[in-house]
Design a protein around this ligand. Structure first.
Ligand SMILES: CC(=O)SCCNC(=O)CCNC(=O)[C@H](O)C(C)(C)COP(=O)(O)OP(=O)(O)OC[C@H]1O[C@@H](n2cnc3c(N)ncnc32)[C@H](O)[C@@H]1OP(=O)(O)O
Ligand SMILES: O=C([O-])CC(=O)C(=O)O
Length: 372
């Protein structure tokens, strides 16, 4: 019997130059995430992931121009949002549909040369934030807000979502969150994107498949579940009993554990500090205290540490963002990684087609239906 790597653990499925984890530190094209989080704009990180180098001033200016010009959506998308609202679909379900629908409005949808694919990555990155913001506004009966020129990508999303230009502090915090979530080697959604386009299918197919994979609670969907858990717990005093009960039931505690990081997720420290600050500023200190108590219990009981999804939940909540938008926001950031990996897959492609160890029945013969 062949050795089966359940969940593909430890399997090196392909090569990549985009990101990796070295000594528990996440790096994008050789830059440590700490360096980028403290210094960069998310727009620079997008460029870095796509080009494997940082942009110069002119290149960044050009990228900003393009992002802004592509942010406006075809109004036919809006009627879609009304349907999502009527059908009460989860925003991740809506986003998955919309990412596929974006292809209808791409004049070069069936052109696949490198230059057009690169342009398409910018186009999709620009539109994904407008999609999430517009869907939220439509379902809340508010008018859709067009992007504002000269706002950063982070500020423009918050502006389109809430109708007010965010404060500098909020913009900086959100920019950091976008950088921290941008890429992560062969995580499940990125790998899904690469598998989809390894058939030489188009970029819209890749990102739609990736969004479907991100939605699951074992991956990007965990951030919304974290907030659900914190809301259910309600007070610090309830925390121990709640978590211990869940662990006795062998339930997974959302926001903890990781396939690769066994000594802690290097992104979590930034989100923890942001969570501490913002919950304090918005008078929601207890949410942070509950989070810290859960982290203590999980470390003591299971030796597990928070991952990127744990503290991001309280950060987004304290920014007044609806809980079911947390995973779509993750998708806005991860779009940069998905599209970078899709471009890399095209450059180095071989169709992804592993084998399976067959454990089913053998040597059966067809029986006529009346004999079964
Ligand atoms: C952006 C991201 O995708 S980050 C991850 C977001 N997902 C979550 O936060 C969901 C909760 N976490 C998990 O489900 C897992 O830790 C994953 C999916 C992240 C990683 O899964 P795997 O690498 O397959 O780890 P696996 O599930 O085998 O866990 C190993 C052991 O730790 C336990 N464990 C892992 N995570 C948790 C958790 N969050 N709560 C309780 N126990 C856990 C498992 O039950 C298992 O115990 P066992 O050996 O007694 O059966
Ligand atoms: O890498 C993973 O398995 C999950 C993760 O942390 C991410 O996608 O950011």
């Amino acid at each position: 019997m062949a050795q089966v790597a359940k969940g593909l653990e430890g399997i090196i499925a392909s090569e990549t130059e985009i990101s990796t984890i070295i000594d528990n530190q996440l790096t994008y094209a050789g830059y440590e995430i700490d360096d980028l989080t403290e210094n960069a704009l998310f727009e620079e990180v997008m460029f870095l992931l796509w080009n494997l180098r940082l942009p110069n001033e002119k290149e960044l200016e050009d990228l900003n121009e393009k992002l802004f010009s592509y942010m406006t959506l075809n109004p036919r998308m809006y009627s879609h949002f009304e349907d999502y609202a009527t059908d009460k679909v989860h925003p991740m379900t809506g986003l998955r549909t919309s990412l596929s629908y974006l292809a209808h409005f791409d004049p070069d949808a069936e052109v696949f040369d490198e230059e057009t694919n690169y342009e398409r990555a910018i186009r999709i990155q620009a539109k994904v934030s407008s999609l999430v913001a517009a869907f939220s506004r439509v379902r809340n009966g508010k008018e859709v807000i067009k992007p504002k020129k000269d706002l950063s990508y982070a500020a423009n999303f918050l502006y389109m979502l809430r109708g007010e230009v965010p404060s500098k502090v909020e913009e900086e915090g959100f920019n950091k969150a976008l950088i921290l979530h941008a890429d992560h080697e062969f995580n499940a959604s990125t790998f899904t994107a690469r598998v989809a386009v390894s058939t030489l299918s188009d970029m819209y197919s890749g990102v739609t498949a990736a969004a479907g994979a991100l939605k699951g609670p074992l991956h990007g969907g965990a951030n919304e579940q974290v907030m659900k858990m914190l809301t259910e717990i309600g007070t610090v005093d309830n925390t121990d009993a709640f978590i211990k009960q869940k662990l006795e039931e062998k339930a997974k505690i959302m926001g903890f554990g990781h396939r690769v990081y066994k000594n802690g997720d290097p992104r979590a420290k930034y989100l923890k500090e942001m969570s501490r600050r913002i919950t304090d500023e918005t008078g929601q200190k207890e949410l942070f205290e509950i989070s810290c108590r859960i982290a203590e219990i999980m470390k003591e009981e299971k030796g597990l540490l928070p991952n990127v999804d744990f503290y991001s939940a309280t950060v987004y909540h304290s920014m007044g963002i609806e809980h079911d938008l947390f995973t779509p926001i993750f998708a806005i950031s991860r779009m940069s990684g998905w599209t970078a990996h899709i471009l890399e897959q095209y450059r180095t492609n071989r169709i992804m087609r592993p084998r399976a160890e067959y454990t089913g029945e053998r040597d059966r013969k067809y029986e006529p239906i009346e004999k079964r």
